[in-house]
Design a protein around this ligand. Structure first.
Ligand code: NAD
Ligand code: MG
Length: 367
C-alpha cells in the first residue's frame, strides 16, 4: 500500500440472505484480510485472462492464506471469448481438480471474465461461491455488482445466463493503473450514467472531479466507484431480476447497442457507444420538453470531459438505428421502450414517444 493511500470503504448490496459487501480501496488485491472471510472452503480457483494475469495474478496469489488448495486458469482475452466453450473449460478445470461444492471461484479481470466466471459458478454442481475482483473501471462500477452473469451466443450478446450473486466484490483501485485510457473513459460513461439517471449532485461532483479521475487520483476514484456502486446496489436491491426500476440502468443503451452492433463490436467500446447513446436520449428528452437546452449542453460537456465521443458514427442512417433498436430486449409487443430523462438525475421508462419524434432525432443528431 502506498504511504498516503486513502482508507478502504465498504458498502453492502442488500439482498436478504444473498447480501454481500463491496470493499473499495488501494492494495486490496494482495491482502488476505479482504478475501478470507468469503471463501466457502479450502478450494479456490482463480480465473483470469492473458492480459490481466501478467499484471495481477502473482500479486493476488501472494495475498492468499497458505493453507488453501489453489488452482488458476488463464483464458484468452476479449469479448469473443465470452462463450459457453470457455465456461466449459472452467468446469473442466474444476472437475479435473476434484473441486467440490464448497469450492470458491474468483473472477480476476474485467466484465468478460466476471460474467463468465459468475455463470460458471452458477452452474457448477448447481451453484458454488464466487468472488468478484474486477480490474476495469466498467467492471468495478457496473458488471461486478448485481448478479447478472452469462455468455454470448452466436445469435445474440448476453443471451445465455443466470442471476447469481457473488459472496463479495473486492475493488482495488490501484489495478486501474495499467488500464488503457480508452477503457477508463468507457468505464466513466457508466459512472456518468448513474448521475444522469438518479443523482444530479453526483453529476456536479463529476464535473469538478473528472480531471482527477482521468489522472487516476485514488481518492477521487474511490469516491466515484463508491457512489456508482451505491446507486447500482440500491436499484438492484429494489429490483433484483429487472421487473421494473432496474431497466433505468439501460439509459443510453438502446441507442448504444445499435451503434455497437452497426460498427461491429469492439470498434466502438461499449462505454463509448453508451456515452453517445445517453446524449441521444438527452436530446430526445429535450424534444419532449423535459430537458432544457442548458441541461443537454451540460450532459454533453460531462461526456466530452470523460474523453468519450459525442457524435454518432457518420455511416449510420436513421434506418440503421431503427432496425437495430427494434430488436432491443426491453421492447414489449412491438412498442419501442426507451429510457429517457424527465430531468437531469431523473430517468424514466417511456413507451409513448411518437415514432416521428424519434426519427427526427435520429435524422438530425450530429454525425
Ligand atoms: P473486458 O473484460 O474485455 O476488459 C477490457 C480490456 O481490458 C480487456 O482487454 C481486458 O483484458 C483488459 N483489462 C482488464 N483489466 C485490466 C487492467 N487492470 N489493466 C490492463 N488491462 C486490463 O471488458 P469490460 O469493459 O471490463 O467489460 C465488458 C463486459 O462486461 C461485456 O461482456 C459486457 O456484456 C459485460 N457487462 C456485464 C454487466 C453485468 O451486469 N453483468 C454489466 C455491464 C457489462
Ligand atoms: Mg452498460
Amino acid at each position: 500500500m502506498t504511504p498516503h493511500a486513502p482508507s478502504p470503504v465498504t458498502l453492502n448490496v442488500e439482498l436478504g440472505e444473498r447480501s454481500y459487501p463491496i470493499h473499495i480501496g488501494v492494495g486490496l488485491l494482495g491482502d488476505p484480510q479482504w478475501l478470507t472471510p468469503y471463501l466457502a472452503g479450502r478450494q479456490v480457483m482463480v480465473v483470469t485472462n492473458e492480459v490481466v494475469a501478467p499484471h495481477y495474478l502473482e500479486r493476488f496469489k501472494a495475498g492468499l492464506p497458505g493453507d488453501l488448495e489453489v488452482r488458476e486458469l488463464v483464458l484468452p482475452d476479449g469479448e469473443a471469448t465470452k462463450t459457453l466453450d470457455h465456461v466449459s473449460r472452467i468446469w473442466d478445470a474444476l472437475l479435473e481438480a476434484g473441486f467440490n461444492r464448497r469450492c470458491t471461484l474468483v473472477a480476476l479481470g474485467g466484465g468478460v471474465i466476471g460474467d463468465m466466471v459468475g455463470f460458471a459458478a452458477a452452474g457448477y454442481q448447481r451453484g458454488v461461491a464466487f468472488i468478484q475482483v474486477p480490474t476495469t473501471l466498467l467492471a468495478q462500477v457496473d458488471s461486478s455488482v448485481g448478479g447478472k452473469t452469462g455468455v454470448n451466443h452466436p445469435l445474440g450478446k448476453n443471451m445465455i445466463g443466470a442471476f447469481w450473486q457473488p459472496r463479495a466484490v473486492l475493488i482495488d483501485t490501484d489495478s486501474l493503473a495499467t488500464l488503457p485510457p480508452r477503457e477508463l473513459s468507457a468505464g466513466l460513461a457508466e459512472v456518468i450514467k448513474y448521475g444522469l439517471i438518479r443523482d444530479v449532485d453526483f453529476l456536479s461532483w463529476l464535473e469538478a472531479n473528472m480531471a482527477a479521475l482521468r489522472a487516476l487520483d485514488q481518492v477521487a476514484l474511490r469516491e466515484a466507484i463508491r457512489r456508482s456502486c451505491a446507486l447500482k446496489a440500491e436499484i438492484v436491491a429494489a429490483d433484483e431480476t429487472e421487473q421494473g426500476v432496474r431497466a433505468l440502468l439501460n439509459l443510453g443503451h438502446t441507442f448504444g447497442h445499435a451503434i455497437e452492433a452497426h460498427q461491429g463490436y469492439g470498434n466502438w467500446l461499449h462505454g463509448e457507444a453508451v456515452g453517445t447513446g445517453m446524449l441521444m436520449a438527452a436530446e430526445l428528452s429535450q424534444r419532449l420538453g423535459w430537458l432544457s437546452e442548458a441541461d443537454v449542453a451540460r450532459a454533453r460537456r460531462i461526456v466530452a470531459a470523460a474523453g468519450l465521443p459525442e457524435a454518432a458514427p457518420r455511416a449510420m442512417g436513421v434506418d440503421d438505428f431503427l432496425s437495430r433498436m427494434r430488436l432491443d430486449k426491453k421492447n414489449i409487443d412491438a412498442r419501442l421502450r426507451l429510457i429517457l430523462l424527465r430531468g437531469l438525475g431523473d430517468a424514466c421508462l417511456d413507451d409513448q414517444t411518437p415514432p416521428s419524434l424519434l426519427e427526427a432525432l435520429l435524422r438530425d443528431y450530429p454525425r
